[in-house]
Design a protein. Structure first.
Length: 255
């Protein structure tokens, strides 16, 4: 079922907004369950510590798997944003690349709102990083002064790919392939934070939950914007959203 945005006094075609309430509910419930699991693991502690110490010898030896994890942690989100920018550029010329232009706004809102909410919640919960709690027992290959839960990398990498994975139709093999690639990259970023000793397993689980819970609210915010513009303005606005993604690529590479 499609819900047309209300037409205002300006001339133009209203943007068609899809009824995504089922997706919103599924994301919120899944995210809440993951948060619950993360909090249980945090309080239980044994599973978190077991996973953390399991990779310690690999970190000390700097195995190829650890090196790959380091690469995912440093470059994963930049590559994902780059894929979206390339898709947008190609879609300007080839109609086969027909993912809805509204998807770019959903992506930016999902990344921004979920990321900000996760960073704020970190400060509230104030869980020390593994490198602080086990300073003399483990080698951590990624250092940060911020608290641990939820993992910022996990929250933002998942928030970045959720709109494309959940909202872009599977009608084309190209879209299916892109979904697989970006899902692998986002998963690699999440796993890398555990392998590098930057986060506990529970931090990453909570980060994924944060992104899932954030998506419905991000889409509500994006839909408020989309109701105020017309279909004719989307091509121009999508270029602005593409520029924001390019800016994010540079941010990802610098940080």
């Amino acid at each position: 079922m499609k819900i047309p945005a209300k037409k205002d006094k300006n001339d133009g075609t209203p943007i068609v907004l899809h009824d995504t309430k089922k997706i919103w509910v599924a994301c919120f419930v899944s995210g809440a369950v993951l948060w619950l699991i993360g909090l249980v693991f945090w309080k239980q502690a044994q599973i978190d510590e077991l996973v953390l110490f399991y990779f310690n010898d690999a970190r000390i030896s700097y195995t190829p798997f650890v090196a790959l994890s380091k690469w995912f942690s440093s470059n994963g989100m930049a590559i994902t944003a780059g894929i979206f920018v390339v898709y947008l550029l190609i879609s300007q010329k080839y109609k086969y690349f027909d993912a809805p232009l509204t998807y770019y706004l959903y992506t930016i809102c999902s990344f921004g709102l979920s990321g900000i909410a996760g960073d704020l919640l970190k400060e509230v919960l104030s869980r020390p990083r593994p490198a602080v709690t086990f300073a003399n027992q483990i080698l951590a290959l990624s250092q940060s002064a911020t608290p641990a839960i939820p993992s910022g990398h996990a929250t933002k990498s998942i928030a970045l790919v959720l709109p494309f994975i959940l909202l872009v139709p599977n009608s084309k093999n190209l879209h299916k392939a892109i979904k697989i690639v970006i899902a692998v990259i986002a998963s690699g970023v999440c796993v890398s934070r555990i392998v590098l000793g930057a986060h506990y397993l529970s931090d990453v689980i909570a980060g994924i939950g944060m992104a899932l819970i954030g998506l419905p609210f991000s889409m509500m915010f994006a839909n408020m914007i989309l109701r105020k513009i017309t279909q004719e303005k989307l091509p121009i606005l999508s270029k602005v959203w593409g520029m924001l993604l390019i800016f994010l690529i540079f941010v990802f590479l610098i940080l």
